[in-house]
Write a protein of this length. Structure first.
Length: 392
């Protein structure tokens, strides 16, 4: 089937439980309480108990996440988990996907048996405010802070450059938002479910040209968690059919947007290549994908970085309907961050939706018997990426 040699660990670890908090506006709970809900839900889904967990990973250092420097220790303390293996890698929204890959390595190496990856944040309701990341007055940020960058402005620079180099249009970007909203229609927990059109996107207020409000993700409170275990352990758990980790890759680009090598290519080209290599697969073998959609341009760049279309051709690829449920690459089947849920780092939610889709229980669009799903996360200002390939 493949003309690439997959890694020996491919398929040796599975995700055996997954849970997403249904809340989207949850002002009365601390993020740690949302963590507790998600971890409990994922363990119940797996048919496991808290005492079965000996590995834990999270990133929770942003203000609306409730922790700081020793985030993984603080959240584990609250949860009452005492892991022999842990990971607090923080690469923004891609962190939970990176945690999944690291957990696979730990389980294969015998450093842990059951690992929980959890994320939660009060992205909408945090009462104490939060400065925009990567704009600190010390360190490299001091050279950009005087120019007033925001997260959306840095992504807008990439969108402007893609339009300049390849003729990409605002209408093509808008179609990504329209498709995610259509996918959210069946998801009773999605933040927004009402249909939108390309004209609606183009008519929404400009946030950072060319990105408009509907080109940007929703802002919610919520969280998600998932449980990983060895193939042997997974096959002994009868709760649900396991979803196997087939491939993984991660890559760093830059922190400061001024240091981005090319505005039309991200570190995703490297993390994607690594994921396909370890899985022994090619893009054509992916049935669906959960692509990080902090902004519509994030999806557009990922399509090219991951090899689903050639460089500069993502605009026409999207315009041709490829991302629809009946297209060649259905994406973000729950509505994604653009319509369903984005509390801060959507990577954990994207993994959960990939698992649900492969198990035939997505709350949004349910595809017809998908066997493989790619999950791709992007953190910072197009700064770091992680890519996971899952199979049922």
């Amino acid at each position: 089937m493949h003309d690439m040699e997959k890694s020996q660990w491919s398929g040796e670890v599975a995700i055996v439980g997954a849970y997403e908090s249904p809340a989207r506006i949850d002002p009365d709970r601390h993020p740690f309480a949302i963590h507790a809900e998600c971890v409990r839900g994922a363990l119940i889904d797996a048919g496991l108990e808290r005492d079965d967990v000996d590995g834990f990973a999270t990133a929770a250092a942003f203000a609306p996440e409730g922790a700081r420097e020793m985030a993984v220790a603080e959240v584990a303390e609250y949860l009452g988990i005492h892991p022999r293996w842990f990971d607090g890698t923080d690469i923004g929204g891609a962190a939970p996907i990176a945690h999944a890959g690291h957990a696979v390595a730990a389980i294969v190496a015998g450093m842990a048996d059951v690992v929980v990856v959890s994320y939660a944040a009060a992205g909408r309701s945090w009462p104490h405010g939060s400065e925009d990341y990567l704009t600190y007055a010390s360190g490299p940020g001091q050279w950009e802070l005087p120019y007033g960058p925001t997260t959306v402005a840095t992504y807008a620079l990439a969108a402007q450059r893609h339009m300049h180099e390849f003729g990409t249009t605002a209408e093509q970007l808008a179609q990504i938002a329209v498709q995610c909203r259509a996918n959210a229609a069946a998801n009773e927990h999605a933040r927004y479910r009402e249909p939108i059109t390309v004209d609606d996107v183009l008519g929404s207020p400009t946030i950072a040209a060319p990105l408009r409000r509907l080109d940007c993700c929703v802002v919610t409170d919520s969280g998600a968690a998932f449980v990983l275990a060895s193939r042997r352990r997974a096959e002994s758990i009868a709760a649900r059919a396991p979803v196997y980790v087939l491939g993984f890759g991660e890559a760093l680009g830059q922190v400061s947007i001024s240091q981005m090598h090319r505005f039309t290519e991200t570190a995703g080209a490297d993390s994607g290549a690594a994921a396909f290599a370890t899985a022994g697969m090619r893009p054509a073998e992916i049935d669906c994908a959960q692509l990080y959609d902090s902004f519509t341009i994030t999806v557009l760049l990922a399509l090219e970085d991951l090899g689903f279309c050639s460089r500069g051709e993502a605009g026409p690829f999207v315009a041709g309907g490829a991302l629809a449920p009946d297209g060649t690459l259905p994406i973000n089947t729950d509505g994604g961050g653009l319509s369903s849920n984005h509390p801060g780092r959507r990577g954990a939610i994207a993994v959960v939706e990939a698992v649900r889709q492969l198990q035939g229980r997505s709350p949004g669009v349910r595809l017809e018997r998908p066997r493989t799903c790619l999950v791709h996360g992007v953190g910072g200002s197009l700064s770091a990426t992680a890519t996971l390939i899952l199979g049922s």
